[in-house]
Structures are given as structure tokens and as C-alpha cells.
Design a protein around this ligand. Structure first.
Ligand SMILES: *Cc1c(COP(=O)(O)O)cnc(C)c1O
Length: 396
């Protein structure tokens, strides 16, 4: 991670195509655009990459989650089970849909624990949104089986796991819909952007409509002639952003190859270091390898080790238990329901009291976790230096 490390002439060329025609809008202007349809080509490529039947690009990963929830009919008062370890966008999208985030637990995959879902399901539960955190996967087969058995909608937040797979099937293709982010620090980036994938044509059409004010895109070159089967919003991506994505997506295989090689070298070197164990990865072959996540024996050791690694110059080691953005403990704005204005959630009598939600399993896991970013740009020499610094720091 991330794709911006390898920007080159390919991105420039795609962007220049757009600037030279002056058509920054993804719809219409058929003559003026001289055959350049960047958003549409990115969507086609995303389907080819993941094996999904349909894809729709939008303005961010957060928008992708909103599109997926809307397309799947998740709205006012519906409960959506999510993990307490994710980026805040996951619960924001649920709340913005008028729905109710309900927290499950994570396991040592660092993702939602399928065996702990029963404890939080109620008759209001409509969907489960596992998050494939830090480049690797949840036990997605078990999560899917649970959702199928209970009649719940599975939506995958694969924003951090583009290119990852489980037993040969791409992450994002297990649920009714899968969501990706192409923001500036993700595996590939287009500045700001996101996308959904699905095999269900009706869900795809709903997402496509919802992202563009409900336009059914059936009116031909006259947007005014489009029908509006639903009310939507504006989550459109511009051709400029999509153009960068077109070039970046072509580099995905290369990116994954470098990440996997770099991660393996460091993981091999860390194997056997005192107190170090690794994150559980349900299918190691499908790891997108953006992070090397490991555990120390307890909270104190993990916090001290993360700090010592930083001081030794081993950058990019996150101690997520203390992070404001990725773990429930510090989501004070959620705990106090501090919206910019009154939230639909506040009208519900049955909503969880977020200030008192307890996730003891997740606490115990995240407290011991350190997640190290894997960079694309490291030279062999830099990797060797990194390894010796790590070994010096974690001597026991
Ligand atoms: C980045 C991210 C998002 C949101 O993506 P944006 O494009 O930044 O809106 C959602 N979920 C997870 C897990 C993410 O890491």
C-alpha cells in the first residue's frame, strides 16, 4: 500500500485524455468525449478483476457503503451488525441510512467473528457488514452461511482489501454487494473514489440510480428524459478521478506481488521473535498483504513495542487500541450521538446505548495488536535494515 507510490505516465495519460476533451462528467456528451468513458471503463475493469457481474463507481468508499445499504433496502430503524474495529465510515454509512449500527465482536482474524453474531441478532436485524480489515479477510464463508440461514443481507466492506480473495473467490463477491474505496491511502487510489460490485442486476441498477439522484439512465443522450424510479442523491465520481483509477487498476497485480513479497520477507524474519504471534488469516494465499498484523503477549508489551518500533525508525506501525478512528473505544462522537443535527437514530426507542456497549473479546485482541504497513517502494536494503531494527527492538 498505497497505489500513489507508483504513479507514473500511465495515470497522466488517462487524465490528459479527459482534460483534452473537456468532458469531466461521466454521462452524456457523446460527441465531445471522443470515445473516452473513464468511469465506465473502470467499472468494466473492476468486474474483470473481481469476477463480479456488475460494478458501479462512486465518489468514495463511504458512498459505496451508502449505495449498497440503499440498494439492499436497508433504512430507517433496521439494525446492521458491524465490527468495532473498522474505519468510522462503516458506522457513518449505517447511521446516514437511518439505520442502527450494532456491534459484534472480532476474532484473531481482526474481522467480525461469525461465532459471536447470535448474541447481537434481534428481530430488527437486517444486515451484516463485515470489514476485511488491513488487507486480509474475515471468515467470510461462515459469515455468509450465518446470513443465509437467518435471511440477513451480507454486505462486505472490502475498502481495505481490493485484490484479496478467499479460496480463490475475490473479497467483495461473497455478499449481496461488496464495497471498495480508492481514497488516497488505499491499495489503488484515484484521489477520492469508491465502488460497489454485485452479481445481482437489480441491486446494481438501484445503486446506479441512487448514486445519481434516481436517474434510470434510460433516456439516451437527454438526461431530462431519464425516468426517476427512486429518490437518490449525488455520489457520482468525476471522469478525472476515474481516469486515475483506470491506470491504477491495471497495476493491481504488480502492487499485490510487491506487497506479498515484502510482507513475506518481514514475516519470515519476525517468526520466532519472543512473544510475537501473527494474525489469523483464513486463506493466506488470498491475503492482499497491505499490512503485517501481529500480536504481543499483553497490552503493555504491545503498546511499548509499537512505541519502540517507531522510535527505532520502523515507521507505519499502528497501535489501533489507542487510535481515534479505527476502534470503538475512542468513538466518543458515536457514544454521545453527536451529529451535526438531530439523527434519525435519536427517534428510536430501541437503539443501543453506544456509551455502554462492551466488546470484551475485541478489546482483548486489539490491545495486543500491532499492524505494520507494507510499502511498495522499499528497496531490498531498506527491508534488511527494517528487519534488523525490528529484531533489535523485539529482543524479549
Ligand atoms: C477507507 C475506508 C472506508 C471509506 O472509504 P473513503 O473512500 O475514504 O470514504 C470505509 N471502510 C473502511 C474499512 C475503510 O478503510
Amino acid at each position: 500500500m498505497p497505489g500513489f507510490e507508483i504513479f507514473g505516465d500511465e495515470e497522466k495519460k488517462e487524465v490528459m485524455d479527459v482534460l483534452e476533451t473537456g468532458v469531466l462528467f461521466r454521462y452524456g456528451f457523446d460527441q465531445a468525449r471522443q470515445g473516452h468513458w473513464k468511469a465506465a471503463s473502470f467499472e468494466k475493469q473492476l468486474c474483470e478483476t473481481t469476477g463480479a457481474g456488475f460494478s458501479h463507481l462512486c465518489s468514495s468508499g463511504t458512498a459505496a457503503l451508502s449505495l449498497a445499504l440503499a440498494a439492499c433496502g436497508i433504512g430507517a430503524g433496521d439494525e446492521v451488525i458491524i465490527p468495532p474495529f473498522t474505519f468510522v465510515a462503516t458506522f457513518e454509512a449505517v447511521i446516514n441510512a437511518g439505520a442502527v449500527p450494532v456491534f459484534g465482536e472480532i476474532d484473531e482474524t481482526l474481522c467480525l467473528n461469525p461465532d459471536k453474531l447470535d448474541a447481537v441478532v434481534t428481530e430488527r436485524t437486517k444486515a451484516v457488514v463485515p470489514v476485511h480489515m488491513c488487507g486480509s479477510m474475515a471468515r467470510i464463508d461462515k459469515l455468509k452461511a450465518f446470513c443465509d440461514a437467518k435471511g440477513l443481507t451480507l454486505i462486505e466492506d472490502a475498502c481495505q482489501a481490493l485484490g484479496g480473495s478467499f479460496k480463490g473467490k475475490y473479497l467483495g463477491t461473497f455478499g449481496a454487494m461488496g464495497c471498495f474505496s480508492f481514497d488516497s491511502v488505499k491499495t489503488i487510489t484515484c484521489g477520492e473514489g469508491g465502488g460497489i460490485i454485485t452479481d445481482n442486476k437489480a441491486l446494481y441498477e438501484r445503486a446506479d440510480q441512487y448514486a445519481d439522484h434516481g436517474h434510470d439512465h434510460l433516456g439516451g443522450s437527454d438526461r431530462g428524459a431519464d425516468g426517476h424510479p427512486i429518490m437518490g442523491s449525488n455520489f457520482r465520481i468525476s471522469e478525472l478521478n476515474a481516469a486515475v483509477g483506470v491506470a491504477q487498476l491495471k497495476k493491481l497485480d504488480k502492487i499485490l506481488e510487491i506487497q506479498r513479497r515484502n510482507k513475506q520477507a518481514i514475516k519470515d524474519a519476525m517468526t520466532g521473535l519472543p512473544g510475537v504471534t501473527f494474525r489469523d488469516i483464513p486463506d493466506p494465499d488470498g491475503d492482499s498483504a497491505t499490512f503485517l498484523s501481529f500480536f504481543m503477549e499483553d497490552e503493555t508489551k504491545a503498546r511499548n513495542t509499537a512505541k519502540a518500533l517507531g522510535e527505532a525508525g520502523v515507521d507505519g506501525c499502528a497501535y489501533y487500541y489507542d487510535n481515534n478512528w479505527h476502534y470503538l473505544k475512542h468513538w466518543h462522537h458515536l457514544k454521545t450521538l453527536s451529529g451535526a443535527a438531530k439523527l434519525p437514530l435519536e427517534l428510536l426507542e430501541n437503539r443501543p446505548d453506544y456509551a455502554s456497549v462492551l466488546v470484551p473479546d475485541s478489546d482483548a485482541i486489539i490491545k495486543r495488536n500491532i499492524s505494520m504497513q507494507i510499502k511498495l517502494g522499499w528497496s531490498d536494503q531498506e527491508i534488511d535494515q527494517r528487519i534488523s531494527k525490528i529484531k533489535e527492538t523485539i529482543k524479549g
